[in-house]
Design a protein around this ligand. Structure first.
Ligand SMILES: [Zn+2]
Length: 350
């Protein structure tokens, strides 16, 4: 069994992706020459496959008989664990039902760090969503970072490295996670989906993020998203009511809808500002988003002030996402109602 094949909800793919290979090889060479740093912070766009990459890399590094990008699956070390488990790899993330990584998890990590490895080789600790370390956990982690254990490596992963305390950031080597060109993204999607049909639409809908595009391709997600964006446009034009869009949101699921709102509002801000600067109309943007752009661009407000209001809207959406994900707010409908009200005010300001 090849440990570098990790499951992604829906369609499967294996890390490293073609545009991630240079980073993979760089880290692998550092490891082989015993020059790998004690701690790395992998950061960059969300849903770019950082967790899959780092988990697969950890299994790969521990393999005793590796090829250039994959573990052998048959050596003593590969046989120690399965695709998602290895006794010398410790994976840490917020536990189910909690939004924080807690001090108990980091204490267990410190014990793992000083233990002897099962195979006499290296040990690897992976901290997913590291921005969720709470204050006590971050303090405890700092001790491990300050007093590294030989042959034990720490890989932190974060979409929001700015939310990590500076003392942790400064003790890690920072790695900005690679993103693909349009051609690379398109070629890779074709190789997985087996056809080029619809790939442009998928990449446009996902902001050129092939991993997110793959999730959209799985099932009718793309259609659902486009249907929701079309209803936002109709709301802006006064053709449907907030109640109608609320009903649709409940049917789709509020968390998914908040995801659409977050990505679409940030794409719209970029389109507005880039049009203001270059005079060019947006390219590589999906149809329903273009329709929303047309509504906003026809507003009598200055482009900058529309963009500013959208940015405020975007941070409200992000806050709502955090609340809903942490279940601290029991009423998703109320959150959606307030956001949709705010959206209709931005779009209808003429
Ligand atoms: Zn192996």
């Amino acid at each position: 069994m090849n440990d570098s094949h990790l499951n992604q909800p829906g369609l499967e793919y294996s890390a490293p992706l073609p545009w991630q290979i240079p980073l993979w090889q760089q880290l692998s060479e550092l490891f082989e020459s015993k020059q790998l740093a004690h701690a790395y912070l992998f950061h960059g766009d969300s849903a770019m496959g950082k967790s899959q990459f780092v988990s697969a890399l950890a299994h790969f590094l521990l393999c005793q008989n590796k090829s250039s990008t994959s573990a052998c699956g048959t050596c003593a070390n590969c046989k120690q664990g399965g695709a998602n488990y290895h006794p010398d790899i410790l994976q840490i993330a917020p536990e189910e039902g909690s939004k924080d990584i807690k001090i108990d998890q980091i204490r267990a990590m410190s014990e793992f760090a000083i233990r002897t490895s099962h195979t006499g080789a290296a040990k690897i600790i992976i901290i997913h969503n590291a921005e969720h370390l709470n204050a006590n956990a971050a303090n405890a982690l700092l001790k491990t970072l300050e007093e590294p254990t030989p042959n034990t490596y720490l890989f932190l992963i974060s979409d929001l490295p700015g939310r990590l305390v500076a003392t942790i950031r400064s003790r890690c080597q920072k790695l900005n996670f690679p993103t693909p060109s349009r051609e690379q993204a398109s070629e890779w999607l074709q190789s997985i989906l087996g056809s080029s049909a619809g790939i442009d639409a998928l990449l446009n809908a996902s902001g050129n993020n092939p991993v997110r595009a793959l999730a959209l391709a799985d099932g009718d997600q793309l259609q659902t998203k486009q249907q929701f964006l079309a209803s936002l446009c109709e709301l802006a034009l006064g053709k449907v009511s907030i109640q109608f869009v609320l009903g649709l949101s409940a049917k789709i699921g509020e968390l998914d809808v908040l995801g659409y709102l977050a990505s679409t509002s940030s794409i719209l801000v970029k389109c507005l500002l880039s049009n203001e600067e270059t005079g060019k109309e947006p390219r590589e943007v999906e149809q329903p988003t273009l329709a929303l752009y047309a509504v906003l661009a026809s507003s009598h407000d200055k482009v900058n002030s529309t963009a500013k209001r959208l940015l405020r809207f975007n941070s409200e959406v992000e806050q709502a996402r955090r609340q809903l994900a942490a279940s601290t707010n029991p009423n998703p409908q109320l959150i959606m109602e307030s956001l949709l009200w705010h959206w209709s005010k931005i779009a209808q300001s003429k």
